[in-house]
Design a protein around this ligand. Structure first.
Ligand code: C2E
Ligand code: MG
Ligand code: MG
Length: 566
């Protein structure tokens, strides 16, 4: 069992509040220390200068200021003015202690919240006033952000980050871990068993998570849908904690096994933004996504290097667009239904010819840009370049060869998507049929209805839609009957596993058959050998794309395929 370390247990409301007592008179000081010391931690300032310098460094842990007006050096009224003029701590409640009736009005105008008259009233009166003031001011703070997640009762992300920062302030020398816990394929659980069941699982995770922080110290929140974040005193291993959480939440519903995955950024660097620390934990969690034998990932030097590279690529993005470092390559697609394979279209695939790092494959930067939204700008660039290229080929070779471009999920949420595409088409004198849109299967899994609506619009405009990477996501086969698509691109892994070591083409055959049932042509990508082409042809596959015919090549090089086809 965990050993309890009182020092590292953290409840914001269990910590003793700190009062800054600004008072030069030793007798008064001792008296107030005596009456308040049991309930509060008292920080003493004997002069106004002292008080301001303490505030500068410690304002975050101070809950209230008790200010004597009659001070040597800077006067109390001036101290009050300066406190209220500094945005970092102007929100701190200040109670003024005075025997001079007239100063009261001035102090209230300046922002003091209450008075304690001298000679002092009984200590329980003082305590009650302070308590009420502290509560009022904290409530006001809390109201600014809704603190808790409705479903689980845990903190929400915004509040959690604030509390994590406070945790640091109270535990400067405590090694701390940032942890992200996710439920694998949570959307599938919701879809298969209903939202109520999904909610139940989230509550169970929350319950156990709270048990954990109650015992180990630290705080926890539900940050979004199925993601929980912990900020806790460091420990070397998380196997036991993870097992306990999994055992508690893993059994339901029916025979479906719910699996968790966890990412730990151990002994965080406290100079980093709090969000950044949790980004690191998230990266560690993503690293073990789908890895059932290793559900706990730790942030390590390998992830760190990826992070550094990612930062560099993001920094370099704008200049790369300006300097046209992104090149569009084209890979031919061949129809294999006729006597001889013939060129029917191609796919535009972007590459980054980075000024310092050389050629970078989209597998590296696309997922990154999809995360931060830069993909929209990049895609727009690629679509424009591609449209210009189609026009050029039209003019030079008098051919109409549709080219497909990739459309990211994020693009589909862009309200101006249709206008942007229309503009690109019009600007190059093309029609919608010249540009085919590849939309990856996984784009349909979230907000399916909204996405389907958008894709329908695009189709109504005349664009042909190909569903990319079919079979890699988890969209149900029944969706095929109502999705607005014109062709299915089978995910490469299908081809590879069908023709792999344990050759078994049954699944591939079934897929092609199914597509035919829905009158959808199939495109096989990742086709590398003649044997595969022959087999696919027999199975009824329509179009083939892959290294067997050609790798993606620069536009000039692609022209040889056009010439050959003429
Ligand atoms: P994708 O759209 O499924 O593209 C097919 C990928 O398979 C390409 O990788 C292509 O080079 C590769 N490929 C084609 N034939 C073969 C083969 O026979 N064997 C093997 N091993 N691979 C083959 P690439 O160019 O690295 O692109 C990777 C992914 O990046 C693409 O997958 C697509 O999702 C994304 N992508 C590429 N360009 C763009 C773009 O302009 N915009 C967006 N949003 N995504 C892009
Ligand atoms: Mg594609
Ligand atoms: Mg694909």
């Amino acid at each position: 069992m965990l050993t309890e370390d009182k020092k590292t247990r953290f409840r914001v409301y269990e910590e003793k509040r700190r009062i800054l007592l600004v008072e030069d008179d030793i007798v008064n000081r001792e008296m107030l220390k005596e009456s308040l010391g049991g309930t509060y931690n008292i920080v003493i300032a004997e002069t106004g200068e002292d008080a301001l310098s303490i505030l500068r460094t410690q304002y975050e842990t101070i809950s209230i200021v008790l200010l004597d007006l009659n001070l040597p050096g800077i006067k109390g009224v001036e101290v009050l003015k300066r406190i209220k003029a500094n945005p970092a701590y102007s929100h701190l409640p200040v109670i003024v202690m005075t025997s001079e009736g007239e100063a009261e009005v001035e102090c209230l105008t300046l922002g003091a919240i209450d008075f304690i008259p001298k000679p002092y009233p009984p200590s329980k009166v003082i305590l009650a006033r302070i308590l009420r003031t502290v509560e009022l001011s904290e409530d006001r703070d809390i109201l600014r952000v809704t603190e808790r997640d409705n479903l689980t009762g845990l903190y929400n992300k915004e509040f959690f980050y604030r509390y994590a920062q406070q945790f640091d302030l109270y535990h400067k020398d405590t090694k701390t871990d940032a942890i992200v816990l996710d439920i694998n394929r949570f959307s599938t659980i919701n879809e298969r068993f209903g939202k109520a069941c999904g909610d139940e699982i989230l509550k169970r995770v929350a319950e156990k998570a709270l048990d954990y922080v109650n015992e180990a110290g630290g705080i926890v929140c539900r940050s979004d849908a199925d993601t929980f974040m912990f900020y806790c005193p460091h420990r070397d291993e998380y196997e036991a904690m993870f097992k306990e959480m999994s055992d508690y939440t893993g059994g339901t519903p029916g025979d479906y096994r719910i699996r968790l995955r966890m990412g730990v950024y151990s002994d965080v660097d406290k100079t980093l933004d709090i969000e950044r620390r949790f980004d690191r934990a998230k990266m560690a969690a993503d690293k073990v996504r789908g890895n059932l034998s290793k559900p706990i990932g730790f942030y390590n030097s390998e992830i760190h290097e990826t992070e550094v590279l990612a930062e560099q690529l993001i920094d370099d993005f704008s200049s790369a667009i300006r300097e046209k470092q992104f090149a569009v390559f084209y890979q031919p697609k061949y129809n294999i239904r006729g006597e001889k394979p013939h060129l029917v279209s191609s796919e535009a695939l972007v590459r980054w010819n980075h000024s310092k790092l050389g050629m970078i494959s989209p597998g590296v930067f696309i997922p990154l840009f999809e995360k931060n939204g830069l993909i929209q700008e990049l895609d727009r660039y690629v679509w424009s370049e591609t449209a210009a290229q189609i026009r050029k080929w039209k003019e030079e070779y008098n051919v109409t060869l549709p080219v497909s471009v990739n459309v990211s999920r994020i693009d589909l949420y862009d309200p101006e998507l249709t206008e942007k595409l229309q503009k690109i088409i019009d600007g190059n004198g093309l029609c919608a049929g010249d540009l085919v849109l590849e939309i990856t299967e996984s784009a349909y899994t979230e907000n399916a209805e909204q996405i389907i609506e958008r894709v329908k619009n695009l189709r109504n405009m005349g664009f042909k839609i190909e569903m990319d990477d079919f079979g890699s996501g988890y969209s149900s086969l029944s969706m095929l009957s109502y999705l607005p698509i014109d062709a299915l691109k089978l995910d490469m892994h299908f081809i590879w596993s069908a023709f792999g070591e344990r050759k078994d083409t049954r699944l591939l055959e079934a897929m092609i058959g199914l597509a035919a049932l829905f009158k959808l042509p199939t495109i096989a990508e990742g086709v590398e050998t003649e044997e595969q082409v022959t087999a696919l042809e027999k199975m009824g596959c329509d179009i083939v794309q892959g290294y067997y015919f050609s790798r993606p090549v620069p536009a000039e090089e692609f022209e040889k395929f056009i010439k050959k086809a003429q």
